[in-house]
Write a protein that binds this ligand. Structure first.
Ligand SMILES: Nc1ncnc2c1ncn2[C@@H]1O[C@H](COP(=O)(O)OP(=O)(O)OP(=O)(O)O)[C@@H](O)[C@H]1O
Ligand SMILES: [Mg+2]
Length: 440
């Protein structure tokens, strides 16, 4: 940055003696520094916004257009991974940003997957994009078999199913499986695979309740002992067969993923507000989606809107983290939407595995977008994300639709601009405007 140099007294920074400070001009000593150094002191000053990618809106400080595409940003060395975390209080435009960003990215040949839409607000976006909506819930005819797998090798198939069942059992039981439960589950799955071509969760439960005596003897136990060891596990998994999730995930799949669909939304809004049911359903849908994704190619967004509802379920976070590790290999950018950072940092007890896993997910997001935060959250947010004081002070004042985009080496305040045609797709305020008293 260039400054105008003035004569100063050596070592004082003051003008020469005998000269009066003008009333119209303040004679400050000039300061020269590179734009990189100045950006450290005042982060918004030097960074020019990324122009390559999907148009998002206007850089509030430069007035220039701001574009973003995680794959492009990765290729340009702006980020070390394509994943994105988005934080913000209720109703500030988080979903609107994600919907329009992913919707616009379809024109750039990206595809979009929503493994769980708990509010049912993505269907209209999927329809507008020519995508597919899979509605799941009581009264709906759609069924997904989470034990479907794309692996052709029997061993890989068995391993994929075991991982899914362990995560599912961990979610419904709310704890890790014991070693005997692991062994019993593995034996039950083997028995179900030997007896059925299309393996269903119900087959595995049957084999848990009534274990194969030969296989039990091979493991130096008896069928009776194994059945006793597997009682909790069978009772937990039964929730998928007889409980509130009955029928949804225990029959052969009625839908196949259309690999050419630009957007696939698994609509879970009919499941209600039970977070445990949502987490179990998400474990199943993400397994089904994982299988579908592995059998297709291309760059894809996987969006976890309302992710804060899932963060209490350690088994699900563990599974998400395992999937994220493979994301780059599959060309996937994950996007996690949270209200505040304590949804992540407050997961489980201090030092617990759940908290470590949740923090790991955040650490795996090179791009962090922060929408308005409550004043009592700004210190935690600033410390965790390494924000400067200027950035921190901005957070409680951000208006709807405006966010701080924190890339590893640059920050931008961006106002997300919606096209008039997009407004009906992102509108979640209709119920607030609807006033039955004024309707005839
Ligand atoms: N950039 C924008 N310009 C104009 N209106 C916007 C913008 N962003 C969001 N809105 C409007 O604000 C409302 C709330 O947006 P949205 O549902 O995306 O918020 P949210 O942060 O996802 O809320 P929640 O936390 O409840 O999920 C919507 O009706 C949307 O149309
Ligand atoms: Mg939302």
């Amino acid at each position: 940055m260039n400054g105008v140099e003035r004569r100063v007294r050596p070592g004082t920074g003051l003008p020469p003696r005998g000269r009066r400070l003008g009333t119209s001009r303040l004679r400050l000593p000039s300061h020269r520094a590179s734009s990189a150094t100045l950006a450290g002191a005042y982060p918004f000053l030097a960074a020019s916004p990324p122009q390559a990618g999907v148009p998002v809106g206007i850089d509030a400080l430069t007035g220039e257009g701001f574009a973003f595409d995680p794959w492009q940003a990765y290729a340009d060395g702006l980020v070390t991974n394509p994943n994105v975390a988005l934080l913000g209080v209720i109703g500030v435009g988080k979903s609107a940003l994600v919907k329009s960003l992913t919707f616009r990215s379809i024109a750039h040949a990206r595809r979009v997957y929503i493994p769980g839409d708990p509010k049912g607000e993505w269907a209209q976006v999927a329809h507008a994009a020519g995508g597919v909506v899979v509605p799941l819930g009581p009264g709906m005819p759609t069924r997904l078999n989470p034990l479907d797998t794309s692996a052709t090798n029997p061993e890989a198939r068995h391993q994929a199913r075991t991982r899914l069942l362990v995560a599912l059992a961990g979610t419904v039981l709310g704890r890790d499986l014991s070693p005997v439960e692991h062994t019993g589950l593995d034996a039950a799955l083997t028995a179900a695979e030997q007896a059925h071509t299309t393996v269903l969760v119900g087959h595995v439960i049957d084999a848990l309740v009534d274990p194969n005596p030969t296989s039990a003897a091979a493991d130096r136990t008896t069928a009776a002992v194994r059945a006793a060891d597997g009682r909790d596990l069978a009772a937990g998994l039964r929730r998928l067969v007889r409980g509130d999730l009955a029928g949804l995930f225990d029959r052969p799949s009625t839908v196949q993923l259309d690999a050419s669909a630009p957007m696939v939304v698994l609509d879970l809004s009919r499941l209600g507000s039970d977070d445990a049911a949502l987490a179990a359903a998400m474990t199943c849908t993400s397994a089904w989606l994982e299988t579908a994704i592995a059998s297709t190619g291309g760059q894809r967004w996987v969006v976890y809107d309302e992710a804060w509802r899932l963060m209490r379920h350690e088994a699900l976070i563990a599974r998400m983290q395992a999937q994220w590790k493979l994301s780059r290999a599959h060309g996937i950018a994950n996007l996690l939407v949270q209200h505040r950072l304590s949804d992540v940092t407050g997961t489980g007890d201090a030092g617990s595995r759940a908290r470590g896993l949740a923090q790991g997910l955040l650490a795996d997001c090179s791009t962090r977008i922060v929408y308005r935060q409550e004043p009592d959250q700004t210190t935690t947010t600033a410390t965790t994300l390494g924000l400067t004081k200027t950035e921190r002070d901005l957070l409680p004042a951000l208006p709807r639709g405006t966010g701080l985009w924190k890339l590893p080496r640059a920050s931008h305040v961006v106002h997300h601009v919606l096209h008039p045609d997009e407004l009906p797709l992102v509108d979640t305020d209709a119920a607030m405007r609807h006033d039955p008293a004024t309707e005839g």
